[in-house]
Ligand binder design. Structure first.
Ligand SMILES: NC(=O)c1ccc[n+]([C@@H]2O[C@H](COP(=O)([O-])OP(=O)(O)OC[C@H]3O[C@@H](n4cnc5c(N)ncnc54)[C@H](OP(=O)(O)O)[C@@H]3O)[C@@H](O)[C@H]2O)c1
Length: 277
């Protein structure tokens, strides 16, 4: 993502480590700790999180499992949202909310500076258009103060990315994208041309796991799982794509790391390109 920020293309998304609906503690905290330790043991150097997962729970488990962190490990967090009592994800983009969120992340992760902070702007599955100059400037100031090393954006439009880049450089964009939801195809290519990482969230469909006959049929022919094919397709889609599939299971984590390495032929890629249509 940047010279001091080299990560494995296979990362891990920690959202599934909180309790049901990303609220409260997980039923089995030891199992959550085991997943994180296995991720690092498998060589993963990129973990995605947010202090509003739980809230606070995911970051606290990451700290318990992995602190003091290996030098190679990069934890990417995001700010700009909260959880409310109904389980919604309202925006929290006011300057004081953003500052507090950065301090909460530092505290709960046990860090002096955050490797990457994404400004999360839109809703759970789509951007909310409009200026992001004010909140992004707050993060740029926190970067100047040394509390954040690199900046990124999440759930944003191409226009919002351009606006942010006129304020400070970004290293990554994290938006909703997978083999069946390809609204960002053009954006991915334009970010690749700028050497900016694109990190799709819900790579396996998130709360609604991917369901596709075409995906299943290719997977069956390759003696692989649909999840493995979906991850391998993303890695072959563009060199700037980094993966952060989420799981609360060590077995699924291992499957995902192995499965993503599957090589898809040109014909298989062509066939899979029509999953979205
Ligand atoms: N920026 C944002 O607004 C935003 C929004 C959502 C998510 N995110 C980030 O993106 C990451 C990835 O998204 P996600 O975790 O929501 O969705 P995801 O990676 O698309 O899918 C996770 C779901 O797939 C299941 N799964 C994972 N591997 C599997 C396997 N090998 N076989 C069968 N099922 C499998 C998981 O269940 P098990 O636990 O049973 O494995 C979980 O239910 C999150 O962890 C989070 O860090 C960011």
């Amino acid at each position: 993502m940047a010279e001091d920020l080299t990560v494995t293309r296979m990362g891990y998304g920690a959202m599934q480590l909180a309790g049901p609906h990303v609220f409260g503690p997980p039923a089995d905290r030891d199992a959550a700790v085991a997943v994180l330790r296995e991720a690092v043991a498998l060589g993963i150097t990129h973990i995605d999180t947010a202090d509003f997962y739980g809230p606070h729970v995911t970051n606290q488990i990451i700290k318990e499992a992995l602190h003091p962190y290996p030098d190679s490990l990069h934890i990417v967090t995001k700010v700009g949202a909260l959880r409310d009592a109904e389980g919604n994800w309202p925006q929290a983009l006011a300057p004081e909310q953003l500052r507090q969120a950065v301090f909460d992340n530092l505290d709960h992760l046990g860090l002096d500076a955050l490797d990457v902070v994404n400004l999360r702007v839109g809703g759970l599955d789509r951007p909310t258009p409009g200026s992001i100059a004010e909140p992004f400037t707050v993060l740029a100031q926190l970067q100047q103060e040394g509390l954040i090393k690199h900046l990124g954006l999440s759930t944003v439009t191409a226009e919002q990315i351009a606006e942010a880049q006129s304020i400070a450089p970004i290293v990554c964009v994290q938006n909703f994208y997978n083999i069946a939801n390809r609204a960002d195809d053009e954006l991915i290519d334009s970010l690749a041309a700028q050497s900016i990482a694109y990190v799709p969230y819900f790579p396996l469909g998130g709360f609604s796991p991917l369901q596709s006959d075409k995906l299943r049929s290719v997977a069956t022919r390759l003696n692989a799982t649909p999840m493995a094919v979906a991850l391998a397709w993303l890695l072959q889609r563009s060199p700037n794509i980094l993966l952060i599939p989420g799981t609360s299971s060590v077995a699924h984590l291992r499957d995902n790391v192995t499965g993503a390495m599957l090589t898809l032929s040109k014909d298989e890629l062509t066939e899979l390109n029509s999953v979205a249509s």
